[in-house]
Ligand binder design. Structure first.
Ligand SMILES: NC(=O)C1=CN([C@@H]2O[C@H](COP(=O)(O)OP(=O)(O)OC[C@H]3O[C@@H](n4cnc5c(N)ncnc54)[C@H](O)[C@@H]3O)[C@@H](O)[C@H]2O)C=CC1
Ligand SMILES: O=C(O)[C@@H]1CCC=N1
Length: 269
């Protein structure tokens, strides 16, 4: 890949996780990163020499080839108004990780047609384990491969239709929080059953990784793997059925749908 300068406008939780992923994924060996934030002192533990930290969004855009917008949805319009004069159709590829803002809306804010990619990673990008769902506008199609190459260095990617981006936000991005709570609850159960908290968490994390790996490395279905664990009249089926009587699957699905509906409200506000 030709040497590129990647600006992340809004180096907060996700922006910094993306940056960490670029660093650990080796992308800063040949490319430059520019991080912006209003209060640059809040950007900690960034020491890679190929990195510039600034509060000057306009200058960051002038110096960049790829611009990643990572501010909160309500902050986007102001940032675009600020950097618009420095955006060039033939030079820049825009990537937005912002929830609930379509490529069409971004195009309208900018006022002209240029490659716009919507990417929905999750914070596991910091450790190279994100799933990043990607969609684009018409002009963005020519840049899709290049953008996928970047996100493939920090996990896996899936190109989707933009109308699925809202669902991707919930399953992929919010998904990290949902799985964390599941691991936390398993840890709490482990403590009640006798492990200290540290050991309980280690066991819960490895069991979670193991379950994910069983599916990741095969064509298997979760229920097939469950069948292999649930000894007739054994302890697993007893516990699993108790969880289901208390609405485990139903609670998860309802939670996903509630998150999805919340995005509709964010769109209107
Ligand atoms: N946190 C997550 O796991 C995910 C977040 N997203 C989306 O990513 C975006 C960012 O989310 P977070 O990182 O969680 O929010 P955040 O609030 O941690 O980060 C946003 C950053 O932008 C900075 N900022 C605000 N105005 C600015 C300006 N004018 N110039 C430069 N920097 C400015 C803020 O100081 C803050 O550090 C949101 O739109 C969110 O919907 C998407 C997927 C996952
Ligand atoms: O909670 C949120 O709104 C953002 C989008 C997905 C993860 N964090």
């Amino acid at each position: 890949m030709q040497k590129q300068s990647i600006a992340i406008l809004g180096a907060g939780n996700l922006g910094l996780a993306i940056y960490k992923g670029l660093e650990t994924g080796g992308l800063l060996e040949n490319n430059q990163a520019i991080l912006t934030r209003r209060d640059t002192n809040a950007i900690k533990n960034v020491s890679h020499p190929a990195t510039t930290i600034t509060s000057d969004n306009r200058k960051a855009v002038e110096d960049a080839d790829i611009i990643i917008f990572a501010v909160q949805p309500k902050q986007l319009k102001d940032v675009i108004d600020e950097v618009k004069p420095a955006i060039h159709q033939d030079k820049h590829t825009l990537i937005s990780v912002i929830t609930a803002v379509s490529t069409e809306e971004i195009e309208e804010m900018i006022g002209f047609d240029l490659p716009i990619i919507r990417a929905m990673p999750n914070t596991a990008i910091a450790v190279g384990q994100s799933m990043t769902c990607i969609a684009c506008n018409k002009a963005g199609k020519s840049k899709l491969d290049a953008v996928q190459t970047i996100f493939n260095c920090v996990g896996k990617t899936m190109v989707i239709e933009e109308n699925l981006m809202q669902a991707a936000t919930v399953v992929c991005a919010s998904g990290i929080a949902f799985w964390m709570r599941f691991i936390r609850a398993t840890t709490q159960g482990g403590v009640q059953l006798g492990f200290d908290a540290e050991d309980a968490q280690k066991i819960a994390v490895q069991a979670c990784l193991g379950a994910a790996s069983l599916l990741n490395n095969s064509e298997s279905h979760p229920e097939q793997e469950i069948d292999k664990v649930t000894t007739p009249q054994g302890c697993t089926i007893a516990g699993l059925n108790e969880m289901e009587h208390n609405g485990l699957s139903s609670a998860l699905i309802k939670g996903l749908v509630t998150s999805y509906d919340r995005i509709n409200k964010m769109k209107k506000s």
